[in-house]
Design a protein around this ligand. Structure first.
Ligand SMILES: *Cc1c(COP(=O)(O)O)cnc(C)c1O
Length: 235
């Protein structure tokens, strides 16, 4: 297009279908190298901070599983997309305040960030009220970072038992976001070990920079944004 610098044009309009194919290929390869089936890994396409049109492009390319980190953003983008693609599935991958549980329950199909008793109780109550039982994952703050959400690793065993036993939540597995400057594999191994102790089948770990490593460590869900939708505006 005249007047538009080629690089900028590309950043603004990434080839989402091609990116999805590439990431799926890499996942299949990492799975194969680890002796796993490619379809044992679900790609959660993270469209946060991008226009709804980008998620729509991924839907049109046949992709169905998505992640958003904010309730309000999901509410502005997804009702329309779900009308057009009713079999699409939306994962909440960001922190959830208890006063947003009702809104979140209306739009998300999987909750990946259960991380404290107060939230677990609020989710259980809303599930009882609505009769919905979306799958839940417990977020573990594997690096014990003060600024990050998630249950501390040393408190994880007790919290998992409480979510299952006391709150009777449909807990499927664990999720983590490793510290940016650390070797992610240590965190992936820790998450896998905690899940194994509780017989939890799902591990949500790995993002654009490290999803192949996560697959090698047993990820069943990788959450990939930038590699599919391009860079986000920083804010
Ligand atoms: C933004 C985000 C991702 C995707 O990150 P990329 O590096 O863009 O792939 C994954 N998980 C969570 C929890 C996120 O907030």
């Amino acid at each position: 297009m005249p007047g538009i610098n080629a690089k900028q044009g590309q950043d603004n309009c990434p080839d989402i279908a091609e990116n999805l194919r590439k990431v799926q290929r890499e996942i299949a390869k990492a799975a194969g190298d680890a002796g796993r089936e490619a379809d044992s890994v679900t790609l959660v396409a993270v469209g946060k901070a991008h226009a709804a049109a980008r998620s729509r492009a991924a839907l049109e390319a046949g992709h169905r599983v998505f992640g958003e980190n904010r309730v309000q953003e999901a509410e502005s983008k997804w009702p329309e997309l779900k009308d057009a693609f009713p079999e699409s599935q939306l994962h909440l991958i960001g922190p959830l305040q208890t006063n947003k549980v009702r809104q979140a329950m209306a739009i998300f199909d999987v909750f990946e960030t259960v991380d404290r008793p107060k939230l677990a109780a609020a989710l259980a109550k809303e599930m009882d009220r609505t009769g919905r039982r979306p799958d839940c994952l417990i977020q573990v703050n594997s690096g014990n970072e003060a600024q990050k959400a998630g249950i501390a690793p040393e408190a994880a065993d007790g919290f998992i038992a409480q979510c299952v036993g006391e709150f009777e939540l449909p807990i499927k597995g664990l999720m983590c976001i490793p510290p940016v400057n650390e070797e992610p594999s240590l965190h992936f191994a820790l998450l896998r070990e905690i899940a194994r102790r509780h017989d939890l089948p799902w591990l949500s770990m790995g993002m654009s920079a490290d999803y192949e490593i996560a697959v090698a460590f047993g990820a069943t869900h990788v959450r990939v944004g930038t590699a599919i939708f391009g860079p986000r505006a920083t804010h």
